[in-house]
Design a protein around this ligand. Structure first.
Ligand SMILES: Nc1ncnc2c1ncn2[C@@H]1O[C@H](COP(=O)(O)OP(=O)(O)O)[C@@H](O)[C@H]1O
Ligand SMILES: [Mg+2]
Length: 245
C-alpha cells in the first residue's frame, strides 16, 4: 500500500492513443506522460506521427480515441476550446501569427482562453522574452521567423497553461535564434510552472532541454529513454531517427 503523494499525478497523460485522418489510421498505440514542470521530448522521423499526436491531445484536426488526461482529469471527450480552458496549449509548427494584428493584439488573443487579467500576464512574458518588448507594436507580417516563434510561444503562455505542446519550435531558425529560444524554453517550467511536451527534430536541442524522450515510429511509441541514454547511443539514434531505415 502506498501513501498518497508518493506518486505525483502527471500533468499530461496520453494513453493508447489511436488516430485517423479520414479512414487512414496514423496513430496506433501512443502513450506518453509528462510530469508537473517536466520537459519531455518527442522524437521520430518525418511522418512518424509526432504532429498528429499533439493534435490528438489538443483535439483538433484529427479523429482520435484513447486517453488524454490533464492533471488526472479525462479531457479526451472535450472539444479543443474546453481543453484550452482546462489548461492545455498548443503551438503548431505553422506558428499562426495573425499578420494584420500587432504583437500586443496577438498576445491578447492568447489570453482569451485563460481566466487571468491580460496585462500582468503579458508583462511576465515580456520579462521572459525581452525581445518581445520592442515588438509589441509591430504587426505580424513584419516579424522574422524567430520573432514569430517567440510570439507564438508567448501567446500560448498568456493563457496560463498547465501544459504546453510545442511542435518543432526551432525549425527553420538561425542558430543564434535557436540558442535564444532554447534558453527561454528551459525557463518555462520554473518561470511559469508549465510542463512542456516538445516535438523537436534538432536532436541537440531536444536532448539538451528534455529530461526524457519518447520516440515515435510509424504511429507507435517505440521507445522511452532518459535523454542522456539516448544521447549516448548512436545505435538508438540510428534505429529510430536515421533516414532510409
Ligand atoms: N491532414 C492529413 N491527412 C492525411 N494524412 C496526413 C495528414 N497529416 C499527416 N498525415 C499523415 O500522417 C502520418 C503522420 O504525420 P505527422 O503526424 O505529420 O508526422 P510527423 O509530425 O512525425 O512528421 C504521415 O503518414 C502523414 O503523411
Ligand atoms: Mg510534424
Amino acid at each position: 500500500m502506498t501513501t498518497s503523494g508518493d506518486h505525483a499525478v502527471p500533468a499530461l497523460s496520453i494513453g493508447h492513443l489511436q488516430a485517423w485522418y479520414g479512414r487512414a489510421q496514423v496513430l496506433f498505440d501512443v502513450s506518453l506522460d509528462c510530469m508537473p514542470s517536466e520537459i519531455v521530448g518527442v522524437l521520430g522521423r518525418n511522418g512518424a506521427g509526432k504532429t498528429s499526436a499533439l493534435m490528438s491531445a489538443m483535439g483538433v484536426g484529427i479523429r482520435a480515441s484513447g486517453e488524454v488526461r490533464l492533471g488526472g482529469v479525462d479531457i479526451s471527450r472535450m472539444p479543443a476550446h474546453s481543453r484550452a480552458h482546462a489548461g492545455l496549449a498548443w503551438v503548431p509548427d505553422t506558428r499562426r501569427i495573425f499578420a494584420n494584428l500587432s504583437v500586443r493584439e496577438n498576445l491578447m488573443l492568447g489570453a482569451t482562453a485563460g481566466r487571468q487579467p491580460v496585462g500582468p500576464a503579458i508583462d511576465r512574458v515580456v520579462q521572459l522574452f525581452p525581445l518581445l518588448g520592442s515588438l509589441l507594436r509591430k504587426h505580424g507580417y513584419a516579424l522574422s521567423g524567430g520573432e514569430q516563434q517567440v510570439v507564438a510561444i508567448a501567446r500560448a503562455l498568456v493563457s496560463k497553461p498547465r501544459v504546453l505542446l510545442l511542435d518543432e519550435p526551432t525549425e527553420g531558425l538561425a542558430p543564434i535564434v535557436v540558442e535564444q529560444l532554447r534558453a527561454a524554453i528551459a525557463e518555462l517550467p520554473g518561470e511559469f510552472g508549465v510542463s512542456v511536451v516538445m516535438v523537436e527534430q534538432n536532436l541537440e536541442v531536444a536532448l539538451g532541454l528534455a529530461g526524457r524522450v519518447y520516440v515515435l515510429d510509424r504511429g507507435r511509441t517505440v521507445h522511452t529513454a532518459a535523454s542522456d541514454e539516448f544521447a549516448d547511443s548512436p545505435e538508438l539514434q540510428n534505429r529510430y531517427l536515421a533516414v532510409g531505415q
